[in-house]
Write a protein that binds this ligand. Structure first.
Ligand SMILES: NC(=O)C1=CN([C@@H]2O[C@H](COP(=O)(O)OP(=O)(O)OC[C@H]3O[C@@H](n4cnc5c(N)ncnc54)[C@H](O)[C@@H]3O)[C@@H](O)[C@H]2O)C=CC1
Ligand SMILES: CCCCCC(=O)CC\C=C/C=C/C=C/[C@@H](O)[C@@H](O)CCCC(=O)O
Length: 258
């Protein structure tokens, strides 16, 4: 799908990756409505992006994804997310429950077989699902949960009639406030602070928001693919991946699960 002229709804756009994704889409000619719980930051982002891309092309509404729905769109990006192991119920509410709710609402609205005009549902998941990570088990559960939810919908044989496509956008480590806020040994946001710091300090591991947003645009180049998991890799090597079960003795008897 070419984002030019399309209406986009995006959650968690006040800052971080969400803001970067909006800028990327606006630069391709999309119109964006975004929501966030951070009202001041949201308004400031709206003003800056209106200045850059035009007052009619970007709008902010205060909204907590754990308690609201949304209006008409062609592309829905459920991006809002938190990393807070000390508040695991909230982490599940924002990262899993609200992303599932946002996806179901988007699907109901878009499906062609019920009068909609089709569309694209993108949820920001995480490249972390390619790793085993002991210091944020709840965060991992939410991200793996979204992979299971979305790849299952993507396989639904009725999806062609519905005219809806599903994409799990899986960024690598990206330099945002989410990472900075976890970078406090006493916050309890991660279970093992030293291991968290070790991952974040691998040289070259952390991408800028702009780099991540540029990789995001590649998602729009293959509108006919049925693959759903788009993994961001460094050096422009991003692409679609499938999950496989592999015997513990190596690569024999591979069972493909996507
Ligand atoms: N930063 C990273 O390294 C990576 C982040 N991600 C995912 O990317 C997404 C965005 O994360 P970042 O930009 O890093 O974080 P961030 O904290 O910089 O931005 C997240 C935005 O979501 C908003 N938000 C949080 N809870 C909300 C709620 N209940 N309702 C509405 N808005 C809400 C925040 O106010 C904030 O503006 C998340 O889903 C995160 O899990 C995925 C891979 C890597
Ligand atoms: C660190 C706590 C969580 C912070 C928020 C995140 O979700 C961060 C994501 C963290 C790591 C992501 C790693 C991504 C790796 C992939 O890009 C890829 O390099 C994995 C290797 C597999 C492959 O290349 O095929």
């Amino acid at each position: 799908m070419d984002p030019c002229g399309k209406g986009v709804f995006l959650t968690g756009g006040a800052r971080g990756i969400g803001r970067g994704l909006m800028e990327a889409l606006l630069s391709k000619g999309a119109k964006v409505m975004f929501c966030d719980v951070r009202v001041e930051t949201g308004k400031a982002t709206e003003a800056e992006l209106q200045q850059k891309f035009g007052a009619d092309n970007v709008f902010f509404r205060e909204c907590d994804v754990t308690d609201s729905g949304f209006g008409a769109v062609d592309i829905c990006v459920n991006n809002a997310g938190i990393l807070d192991e000390s508040n695991w119920e909230k982490t599940i509410e924002v990262n899993l429950t609200a992303q599932i709710r946002g996806s179901q609402l988007a699907l109901d609205h878009m499906r062609r077989d019920r009068g909609g005009r089709g569309g694209l549902i993108i949820n920001t998941v995480s490249g972390i699902v390619a790793l085993s990570v002991h210091f944020c088990p709840v965060y991992m559960a939410t991200k793996h949960g979204m992979i299971g939810f979305m790849t299952s919908w993507a396989k639904n044989p009725k999806m062609k009639d519905m005219g809806v496509r599903w994409r799990c956008f899986c960024p690598a480590l990206t330099d945002t406030d989410l990472l900075k806020e976890a970078n406090d040994a006493d916050s309890g946001k991660v279970e093992d602070f030293n291991a968290y710091q070790a991952l974040c300090s691998v040289e070259g591991a952390v991408m800028s928001v702009d780099e991540t947003a540029q990789e995001f645009l590649k998602l729009f180049q293959d509108q006919d693919s049925d693959d759903a998991i788009f993994l961001v890799r460094h050096n422009g090597a991003s692409g679609y991946v499938r999950r496989q079960l592999v015997d513990s003795d190596g690569v024999s008897n591979i069972v493909t699960v996507d």
